[in-house]
Design a protein around this ligand. Structure first.
Ligand code: ADP
Length: 301
């Protein structure tokens, strides 16, 4: 097969591993910098160009689209879909999961466990918002944050009020969430490929840190999931419509709660923690599923 990896940097661990796994299984693979792709939108023959070259003949495309390039990246991916190329994750599914509010609403509609979550746009309603999510302590998250930046634990109602007020005052959108104290500064990353959780790791924050992000000094180890956790991860992936994703779960007293569904989950941490060949599983999934025109976004061909 001829496979494209949409990635901004071919030296990133995940990109390198996907290329290596595809080549090992006898495929032709190319890394394309999504921001350098440009397109013509015609009803008959959608095209994508890169530095004057017409990109064509790809059987499958693996989107590795960072949060900061979601808008343009999903447009390029959509163009591939219109040309009939099979996307590992569809553009609509990526957009759905990147919008944290929309993702929460969809997951809750399916009855999937979530931390009690509220969001507001105007500072006038902060007091009631805090009451709605059960009062302090609570977690306040900047909607645009990643890697734990912009995730704040407010221990008291007063602290929560000031932080929310400050964020909203800066015109930043926030989400306010029940603090799952019993998770003990740990979360579980479930790596989903198709209908299976192929690997899972527990990330533990540094002593005194409630955020478990590896970028913030957290450590990761292999973990055995309960049946309920496995089911929750698969249902969350399914709700988003993602074939491959990382579902982040907190172990709450009332059962697993989903914090986030990540459509471009990194491979480095999970392959290191579990010793599994996740890149290989992804390529095998593509081999089984990639068919010309097997996309929901249709084009003019
Ligand atoms: P990011 O997407 O920036 O990594 P997250 O929402 O995943 O932000 O939060 C970062 C970390 O903070 C999580 O991995 C988790 O350990 C911790 N955390 C986030 N939300 C909660 C919560 N509601 N209760 C307890 N811990 C939380």
């Amino acid at each position: 097969m001829k496979i494209a990896v949409l990635s901004r940097n071919k030296n990133l661990y995940s990109t390198k591993r996907l290329v290596e796994a595809a080549q090992n299984r006898g495929h032709e693979v190319r890394v394309l910098d999504v921001l350098h792709c440009y397109m013509n939108i015609t009803s008959k023959k959608p095209e994508i160009h890169l530095k004057g070259e017409v990109l064509e003949g790809f059987d499958a495309v693996i989107p590795r689209i960072g949060a900061s390039v979601t808008f343009y990246g999903t447009a390029v991916l959509r163009q591939f879909e219109m040309m009939g190329t099979y996307p590992l994750n569809e553009s609509v599914a990526i957009s759905r999961s990147r919008d944290k509010l929309r993702a929460c609403q969809l997951l809750s509609r399916k009855g999937i466990g979530l931390p009690i979550t509220g969001f507001a746009n105007k500072p006038d309603d902060i007091q009631d918002l805090i009451k709605m999510v059960g009062g302090a302590p609570l977690v306040i998250k900047l909607l645009s944050g990643t890697q734990g930046i912009g995730v704040v634990l407010a221990e008291t109602k007063k602290a929560a009020e000031s932080v929310i007020e400050a964020f909203l005052g800066l015109n930043a959108s926030v989400l306010v969430q029940e603090f799952i104290k019993e998770a003990g500064g740990a979360d579980i990353r479930c790596f989903v490929v198709g209908e299976r959780v192929v690997a899972a790791m527990k990330r533990q924050g540094q002593e005194g840190e409630f955020r478990s992000n590896i970028h913030r000094g957290g450590t990761a180890e292999i973990v055995k999931l309960t049946t309920e956790e496995r089911k929750t991860a698969l249902r969350a992936a399914n709700t988003m419509g993602l074939n491959v994703c990382g579902v982040d779960i907190l172990r709450a007293d009332r059962g697993p709660v989903v914090m986030e569904v990540n459509s471009s989950p990194g491979l480095e941490g999970i392959e290191a923690a579990t010793g599994k060949d996740i890149a290989g599983s992804i390529i095998q999934f593509i081999e089984k599923n990639a068919k010309q025109g097997k996309t929901r976004t249709k084009g003019g061909q």
